[in-house]
Ligand binder design. Structure first.
Ligand SMILES: Cc1cc2nc3c(=O)[nH]c(=O)nc-3n(C[C@H](O)[C@H](O)[C@H](O)COP(=O)(O)O)c2cc1C
Ligand code: SF4
Ligand code: SF4
Length: 350
């Protein structure tokens, strides 16, 4: 039997609080092991990671530039958007308001579609991928499916709504072939009870079994694109509700600080995916700061946009950050009241 040659598996993810990373890397690693190829991992969680990826994409299209020739080794190896020929891409995103988080959408679109130049890339695409393209794409001889991809929408036990379809749709638009897809419930980062303990052993077992099925699909050369429930080009986001059923308005909510608990360590600033936290934006003296007696501490300030991802809060070892926005807290209550009891199961599309 003729196999599709996969040269490696690449996990690509945005993951402020870690669930998407765990799930995406788990699937990528499982597939890499089954296929006997290397696995590598790329985060676009932090602003610097996204900037580097875009710079490298720029270079990757300046085919003849000195700069590109010099940089093909290391920097290009580990960024999303620059996929090796035959690389199977497992791309995970959390669901925010039923879709790809809107502050990452431009980046995802840019990597997957705007810079897509199938004709320019055709040369670098492995022979095998051309074979796949001929096999599955009868519409046009010219278009080339570049890499095979597996979109993963991770969500906090409410709903993934249009997230998986949106990600799969962007892959399709960019000339990639979405060979499978996963909608994966996980712990909701807003809450301790919603999706608590997920992913658990049953979830990992489901992913293990699914990886085997994906392998068989690849071995059978049955590389047909998969459709996902939801809209590929949704116009709206899910409207969060308060406990009383009215729309919850917390767009402007930001973390609040217990200055007496803060040591000025800077972790929150380092993990903020929006680069919105400045250390030293405010000062506290030793009277306010119990943890560091006898010296002034640089406290974090929050001048930039906040997407409520919870990364700063969850990474703070001192419990110095919290949200007090009434609508935000009421929305969390509503989610817990309505979605904590029912266990959502992984949905696997092949
Ligand atoms: C701003 C925001 C909006 C979210 N919206 C949804 C949603 O619409 N549906 C859902 O089930 N979970 C939702 N979640 C939960 C996340 O999808 C879930 O917590 C995910 O694991 C976060 O990924 P991470 O741990 O990789 O950061 C939302 C989380 C955040 C921060
Ligand atoms: S809020 Fe927490 S993470 Fe941020 S500087 Fe203070 S102690 Fe460190
Ligand atoms: S400030 Fe907002 S965007 Fe930045 S890490 Fe904290 S919750 Fe996330």
């Amino acid at each position: 039997m003729k196999n599709i040659e996969i040269s490696g598996v690449r996990a690509v993810y945005f993951s402020p609080t870690g669930s998407t990373k765990i799930i995406t890397e788990y699937v990528a690693k499982g597939l890499a092991e089954l296929l006997g190829v290397p696995m590598r991992s790329t985060s676009y969680t932090l602003p610097g990671e996204r900037a580097r990826a875009l710079t490298s994409m720029e270079l990757s299209h300046r085919e003849d530039s000195e700069e590109r020739l010099q940089s093909t080794a290391k920097p290009l190896q580990n960024v999303p958007g620059v996929f090796a020929p035959g690389e199977l891409v497992v791309w995970g995103t959390p669901t925010y308001a039923g879709r790809i988080p809107n502050k990452t959408l431009d980046f995802v679109r840019e990597i997957l579609t705007t810079r897509a130049k199938p004709e320019a890339l055709a040369d670098s695409v492995g022979k095998v991928v051309k074979e796949i393209s001929t096999a599955v794409n009868s519409e046009s001889d010219k278009s080339v499916f570049r890499n095979l991809m597996i979109p993963i929408a991770v969500y906090g036990n409410r709903s993934f709504d249009n997230c998986l379809a949106e990600l799969g749709g962007l892959m399709k638009k960019g000339g990639y072939l979405q060979v499978a897809g996963i909608a994966m419930p996980t712990r909701h980062t807003f809450s301790k009870t919603l999706g608590a303990g997920r992913p658990d052993s049953a979830d990992f077992k489901a992913l293990d079994d699914f990886c085997v099925k994906i392998k068989h699909k690849l071995m059978d050369m049955a590389v047909t694109p998969v459709a996902f429930p939801g809209e590929e080009e949704p116009e709206r986001y899910y409207t969060p509700l308060r406990a009383d059923g009215e729309p919850a308005k917390f767009l402007k909510a930001k973390p609040q600080l217990h200055p007496e608990k803060c040591t000025g360590c800077g972790t929150c600033a380092a993990v903020c995916p929006m680069g919105s936290i400045e250390i030293g934006g405010a000062k506290a003296n030793s009277d306010d700061v119990a943890a560091v007696p006898g010296r002034a501490v640089n406290l974090p300030a929050f001048p930039g946009i906040c997407i409520k991802c919870q990364a700063c809060m969850q990474h703070c070892q001192n419990g110095a950050l919290y949200f007090d926005d009434a609508d935000f807290l009421s929305h969390v209550k509503m989610l817990e009241a309505n979605f904590a009891k029912e266990r959502k199961e992984p949905q696997l599309f092949l």
